[in-house]
Design a protein around this ligand. Structure first.
Ligand code: ADP
Ligand code: ASP
Ligand code: MG
Length: 589
């Protein structure tokens, strides 16, 4: 009999009537001939209430006790849900994460699932029960209760769907599908009929809070079709499957990550290993770093700037303080008043001129870009928090995200589960372990750097508009925030096109009052691709470590959920590739 997993978020079980309505949905699915597993979140805002209570007692609650506390929210709702189903005359049983056998690691408040036993659930289902699983929780090897991180019930649901071989995972929530951006921020956002795992993975990790990003890692790894829909209406909602809505659309969605913090470590000795010293300490605290930019400064010292979620700033400061002492850097500065705006689209990899359109739209809206980081399917910029909403609106309009694309979806058929999923599980020690599927070396590119980019709207727009007119294909772009408000802007172009690009850029940089333009005619770009690379904080670290040990300096880096790219000096390409092969040998699929 087919299995369906249905997940109900907090607002969908906020009171007894809503619990009964959810119960009826599950019963209906069972009557239609399915075995049904429900995954339920804590009622309404109960998790927030529990967090506030803890914070009233101490501002540094123990992570283990936090998990003990937060897991109670879900325990309440699963019990009530079982009672609701009983009252309607059907069989149901509620189970905590521990009772199901959801084994996790011991990273309290951010635990990762290692394994899930299916025997008990299978037996209960075959006896005609609706199985009701508590979302967002598990148990570690010492029987400590763990939680998967805020919003983690989605991950429980998709993980259960994966191990049970469910037909689909239905996510019932307070919005009727996935929108081009958060509809609470922009009313003009449009509901997508379908979106791809890769885009959703990126959108979710960049702030589209509608799905927990790790749930999409599972969905992609195990080919689980996800159907996001409203608890309160019968609108068809959005399918998250292998392919997106339209093949030739450059941008499929935009996000605003509101609460970011920027950290700049200055006066860093420019030698291999400096970055590693900083980022490994941050990774040890399970904080994920984004938008890493290194500016080569004067006297062989560099400035390294990156962003972290604002909530993680305290842990990050401790890590950076230690690193600064160890490597003898000058010091560091932080800015908590920044937000990140990103656009995501699979079509970007095949089209030019996406970045310059985004930068121009921001310039026209008077928004100053503090940092830039691009990857194959995503462009992120850092802006002051007070201009973030204007920035999101400008970008959403520029890419016409409110308009239904003309070309139809590539395929509307749900993803077929492949035997690949079984193969993946067999090879991984833990279900959420890092899995790398490719390592590549690209030796065809050159790097251009414009120093002392003025801190005012419109500079990036002018540079990339000019380059777009000459048909030069720009690949990676990074702009960092330097001390004194001046930044370096670096990007890569095909090395045959470098002289053409340099001619234009040189003139332009002068007219824009920027500093010197430098270039390197041969650089090597190394890429690691896989799933959930950014949330696995160790990927960039492994790259930094293996390259540092070989004495190779990383000149540029960008990260996305599906790929991490680093640029090193051209002559180091082959050697760097060997290093990475060794560094990732144990997780290469
Ligand atoms: P649940 O409690 O059901 O898990 P969440 O609050 O976690 O619900 O997620 C639903 C919310 O996600 C919506 O109310 C919406 O404001 C927000 N959201 C953010 N980005 C998007 C997006 N791109 N599409 C739809 N909703 C989004
Ligand atoms: N109740 C948890 C939270 O609010 C998990 C979830 O709802 O997904 O974060
Ligand atoms: Mg949620």
């Amino acid at each position: 009999m087919p299995i369906i997993v249905q997940k109900f978020g907090g607002t969908s079980v906020a009171d007894s009537q809503k619990i009964l309505a959810a119960a009826r949905k599950a019963i209906r699915a069972q009557q239609q001939g399915n075995q049904v597993v429900m995954v339920v979140s804590a009622m309404g805002k109960n998790t927030d209430v529990l967090v506030d209570l803890a914070n009233e007692i101490t501002d540094a609650p123990s992570a283990r006790e936090m998990d003990m506390l937060l897991s109670t929210g879900e325990q309440v709702s699963v019990a009530l849900m079982a009672m609701a189903i009983h009252s309607l005359g059907y069989k149901a049983i509620s189970l905590t994460g521990a009772q199901i056998g959801i084994r996790t690691d011991s990273t309290h408040t951010k635990a990762r699932i290692r394994s899930i036993s299916t025997e008990r659930m299978q037996k209960l289902l075959s006896e005609g029960n609706i199985v009701i699983a508590a979302g967002f929780q598990g148990i570690d090897e010492n029987y400590n209760i763990t939680t998967l991180g805020r919003g983690g019930s989605d991950t429980t649901a998709v993980a259960l769907a994966a191990v049970l071989g469910a037909e689909a995972c239905e996510i019932y929530t307070d919005v009727d599908g996935i929108y081009t951006t958060d509809p609470r921020l922009l009313p003009e956002a449009r509901r997508l009929t379908q979106t791809s795992y890769d885009e959703m993975l990126e959108l979710a990790s960049l702030g589209a809070g509608v799905m927990h990003s790790r749930s999409i890692e599972f969905a992609k790894k195990f080919s689980v079709p996800i159907h996001v829909r409203s608890s309160f209406t019968d609108i068809p909602g959005t399918m998250i499957v292998a392919e997106g809505e339209s093949a030739d659309q450059a941008v499929g969605g935009a996000t605003l990550t509101k609460d970011e913090a920027r950290v700049t470590v200055f006066g860093v000795p420019d030698r291999p290993g400096s970055s590693l010293a900083i980022f490994s300490r941050i990774a040890d605290r399970a904080v994920s770093v984004d938008m890493i930019v290194q500016n080569i400064g004067e006297e062989g010292k560099a400035d390294i700037t990156f962003t972290v979620p604002r909530d993680d700033l305290r842990a990050t400061r401790h890590a950076v303080e230690e690193a600064v002492r160890e490597i003898g850097a000058g010091g560091f500065t932080c800015d908590e008043g920044v937000s990140k705006i990103s656009v995501v689209g699979l079509g970007m990899a095949r089209q030019t001129g996406v970045a310059d359109r985004m930068f121009q739209a921001l310039a026209d809206a008077g928004v100053n870009i503090q940092m830039i980081s691009t990857s194959e399917i995503k462009i992120s910029v850092l802006v002051a928090r007070e201009s973030a909403l204007d920035a999101l609106r400008a970008v959403h309009r520029e890419f016409k995200l409110d308009v239904q694309p003309e070309s139809p979806a590539v395929s509307t058929a749900p993803t077929q589960r492949t035997s690949n999923a079984v193969e993946v599980v067999r090879r991984l020690a833990g279900m959420e372990d890092l899995a790398i599927d490719d390592l590549t070396l690209d030796e065809t590119q050159a790097r251009i750097t414009i120093s002392h980019v003025q801190d005012k709207p419109g500079v990036a727009a002018a540079v990339f508009r000019q380059i777009a007119q000459t048909d030069v294909f720009v690949d990676m772009i990074v702009q960092g925030y330097g001390r004194g408000g001046q930044a370096n802007l670096s990007f890569t172009v095909p090395h045959q096109q470098i002289s053409r690009a340099l001619m234009d850029v040189g003139k332009l940089a002068k007219s824009l009052d920027c500093g010197a333009v430098t270039s390197s005619p041969r650089v090597a770009k190394l890429s690691v691709s896989g799933i959930g690379l950014r949330s696995h904080t160790g990927v960039a670290i492994r790259m930094f470590r293996s390259l540092a040990e070989a004495g190779i300096n990383v000149e540029m880096i960008n990260t996305s959920e599906v790929r991490v790219n680093v640029v090193v000096a051209g002559e180091h390409g082959q050697k760097a590739m060997e290093c990475l092969k060794q560094a990732f040998a144990d997780v290469l699929l």
